[in-house]
Design a protein around this ligand. Sequence first.
Ligand code: NAP
Length: 241
Amino acid sequence: MKHTITITGAGKGIGRAIALEFARAAKHHADFDPVLLLCSRTRSELKTLALECQAEGAKTDIITADLSKIDDVRQLTDHIINRYDGIDCLVNNAGIGRFKPLEELTEEDFDATMSINLKGTFFLTQALFASMQKRRSGHIFFITSVAAEKAFETSSIYSMSKFGQRGLVEALRLHARKCNVRITDVMPGAVVTPMWGEISDEMQAVMMRPEDIAIPVVQAYFQPARTTVEEIVLRPTGGDL
Ligand SMILES: NC(=O)c1ccc[n+]([C@@H]2O[C@H](COP(=O)([O-])OP(=O)(O)OC[C@H]3O[C@@H](n4cnc5c(N)ncnc54)[C@H](OP(=O)(O)O)[C@@H]3O)[C@@H](O)[C@H]2O)c1
């Protein structure tokens, strides 16, 4: 069966690993014929990823969009809704983090973070959820963070945005339960990705890898339709950094 899966922030890090894991699943699930809609701002990264996914047997569609811009969000949703009969899965993964002491955070840090982590995520979800609601099926993942329920000293703006995403998850769930749509909140701790910039070998040794997040996400998708994995919390074994 065809499964249309949109992954935002697919070009790097956790989103890239989720795309590859869905592509690999095509080999293990006889009835799973994925079409992966890969979205981010950097076309070259999406092109490389698309070839890797195709090599695993998945179909792909590359869509460049800046999800902090409402016009791009609308173009993306129009593309998905007009081109595909319906959307089976949305992985809300695109996001940024500006980690600085409280006094150094600027208005630009605030606006940049909120425009992608909250505004873009909200309007994309709103549009695609409406289509799932009509079909009475679908699955939306949010890659929030442990910072969605726990504060860290250098992550005040990031935490505000992630606590906000969690608010959306909880509100959306109330609607989703009435129309057979599954919502999964994925809360990872520290994962080695480009979001962190340069990371020392010592730090890397105690952090998770993107595939550690991707594997349980795809497993949650393959639960029977009657079952929703509502939350996935993943931490480095030694705890938060
Ligand atoms: N890494 C961690 O430790 C960690 C822990 C918990 C939660 N998370 C969350 O996991 C998600 C992915 O993080 P990551 O660590 O994988 O980050 P990453 O390596 O920096 O990748 C982020 C992805 O999002 C895309 N993106 C960023 N801004 C965008 C925009 N305005 N429009 C469209 N796409 C955009 C990036 O591509 P372009 O720049 O090409 O657009 C990239 O593909 C984020 O929501 C993050 O908050 C990460």
